[in-house]
Ligand binder design. Sequence first.
Ligand code: ING
Length: 323
Amino acid sequence: MQGSVARQGRLSPMERKLRVAGGQLGPIQRADSREQVVDRLLALLTEAADLGCELIVFPELALTTFFPRWHVPDLAEFDHFYETEMPNAVTQPLFDEARRRGIGFSLGYALIERADDGTVHRWNVQTLVDTTGEIVATFKKVHIPGHDTFDPERPFQHAERYFFEPSPDGFGVWDAFGARVGMMICNDRRWPETYREMGLQGVELILCGYNTPIHYVPDPSQDELQGFHNKLVMQSGAYQNGTFVVGVAKGGVEEGVASLCESIIVAPSGQILAEATTDGDEVIWADLRLDWCKQYTGTLFDMDYYRRPEVYTRLTTMRGPNG
Ligand code: ING
């Protein structure tokens, strides 16, 4: 779906502009190889580069099926779903083509780290790569949803708390692509703290990948609201922090589980600049006039002038209403 500049006003030659793409993925089935998936990612990257994009955002866990929909007694049985390093032999072609075409990307995947002392860490991560193919940063998912033990009542599991540790690092913002760029993964997008932590670092563009099953077992009344909630959180997070947000799905029916697509690119005004229209592999894109952010962070949401941290004490001293 074509991006739109009209609502941003005409770009003056002096303004910072960034043409960004979202590389939405349809389902990745358990039998699909990483090589097959990388071929799909390369096709999306090529299409985005041909459109003149400098950056393409790929989804969460973009190299494998969403394996936390199953629970296995021995964690190690699923170690093959994790990458041990990035880049690696399977993903190197993506880094090479990115460098050749001069387009950066962010990629979500599962990462396993074996420390020298024998401890093992399993993270849900997203890596940002610049237009020269160099890694800018790797972000670890902060808010881990779902559950950690097998739940026999569920038609499918959402055992992310079994398979992934929560990040100890929080949210970062990096200078890349001529902008202040931050990252979040899936459930992170539902928590206002996510956006504010980056807003207080001057973020102008937040990159997000997600895998969101339509059916929410704890409250099925939310199923029909998944698309509304997806847009609600990213549009409000963008507006309340004066930042662009790119939210990109891996969706469609994956191993029998229907998952949300509806990837979007959101402006600091909260307006949607581009939106996916399929449940499959699809490139969406938009021209981001980065100084649009200042029209919000320099006025209505001038945080240095209006925020009252001295009375927000509960935000960092309490986990929930029960302390
Ligand atoms: N997935 C979900 C998300 O936050 C979820 C968790 C599933 C929430 C279904 C609501 C409904 O979008 C991930 N991977 O965080």
